[in-house]
Write a protein that binds this ligand. Structure first.
Ligand code: FES
Length: 103
């Protein structure tokens, strides 16, 4: 592979078919993203509160940018990506949520 593509990743990239491995759980604490999303939505938990509650993101930390994408986009099957791309997608989702719910 060459240098990273200059195009910015988008939320839609999460739904495109890909041959990449998909990340669907916090491996360290065996917490499926589906379960984490359900818990966060039902109880209105932030990422930090979800971490305190389940342990997710507090082991190796590799899942943290994925969990952020899960919470901001509602997707629970995320293609393997680097942290920069995951953060860009989460930022887009957060900006979209602010635009949809001003104030
Ligand atoms: S995979 Fe979630 S803390 Fe390691």
């Amino acid at each position: 592979m060459g240098p990273a593509a200059s195009t910015k990743p988008t939320i839609a990239d999460l739904d495109r078919p890909t041959r990449r491995v998909r990340v669907e759980r916090c491996v360290c604490f065996d917490q499926p993203f589906e379960k984490l999303l359900k818990l966060a939505r039902e109880e209105g938990l932030t990422l930090e509160q979800l971490s305190e509650r389940t342990g997710c993101c507090t082991g190796c930390g590799m899942c943290k940018p994925y969990v952020r994408v899960v919470l901001t986009t509602g997707r629970t099957s995320i293609p393997l990506m680097n942290g920069r791309d995951l953060n860009a997608i989460a930022q887009q989702a957060e900006a979209q949520a602010r635009a949809d719910n001003p104030g």
